[in-house]
Design a protein around this ligand. Structure first.
Ligand SMILES: [Zn+2]
Length: 226
């Protein structure tokens, strides 16, 4: 809990006093800085199952579990640690201001293929699904660090393809606006379908723990290859 409080404090102060706390945080850590962004929050619940499971809640749980898997090796910052709404610009501000080396946005999908893994970066892979122009026009800026973002995607694909439950990989460009303004490699993943999650909290935790380990391994692999 104390760590979460510190995180909220850092984020809050960064919003109020850009540049003030930043130099201190650089002195405090020599670890790589990673920003993990749980999708949605507050009134924006994202996808939901008929049983009332909401994407915003699962994305936050998965992000926090992933952070726990990474925290001994990285300085991990979450864009939100509560059920609060935060704008796309605020999410990216946190990453840019902290000079994060990697930005990962976590969402869920609701595909007919529950074991599929969706990933988004710029540009979408030419050999995967075509992006209709109508879905892609609202991205106003090109993303920086495209080759590195692609390397990150490849690390995720390599770890998740070794995982027996993940059989389908899809790339899309439509919601790439969520990565807009990133000054570091940035990707958005939807590693599992909300429909496969059991309502029993213990059973759900087992699945999320498993995915959190895979996400952490993917990030490790990405930085090993750099
Ligand atoms: Zn979402």
């Amino acid at each position: 809990m104390a760590k979460e409080t510190v995180l909220v404090f850092i984020i809050t102060v960064l919003m109020i006093l850009p540049g003030t706390v930043f130099s201190q945080s650089m002195i405090q850590t020599t670890q790589r800085i990673i920003v993990i962004d749980p999708g949605h929050g507050g009134p924006y619940s994202g996808l939901a199952t008929s049983g009332g499971v909401q994407e915003k809640t699962i994305a936050l749980k998965l992000a926090m579990k992933t952070a726990q898997n990474l925290e001994t090796r990285y300085n991990v910052i979450l864009t939100r640690i509560k059920d609060t709404n935060i704008s796309q610009q605020e999410r990216m501000f946190i990453a840019n201001k902290n000079l994060a080396e990697f930005f990962l946005s976590i969402h869920l999908h609701n595909s007919k293929e529950p074991s599929s893994f969706f990933f988004y970066f710029d540009p979408p892979e030419p050999d995967t699904e075509e992006i209709p122009a109508s879905e892609n026009t609202w991205k106003s800026q090109p993303l920086f660090h495209q080759p590195e973002s692609k390397q990150a995607v490849n690390s995720f694909l390599s770890i998740f393809s070794a995982h027996k439950k993940t059989n389908y990989f899809f790339s899309k460009g439509a919601p790439i606006i969520l990565l807009e303004g990133a000054t570091m490699p940035a990707i958005l993943i939807e590693p599992l379908s909300i429909s496969i999650l059991p309502h029993n909290p213990d059973e759900m935790n087992i699945i999320l723990d498993e995915y959190a380990v895979l996400i952490a391994k993917s990030i490790d692999l990405y930085f090993e290859k750099k």
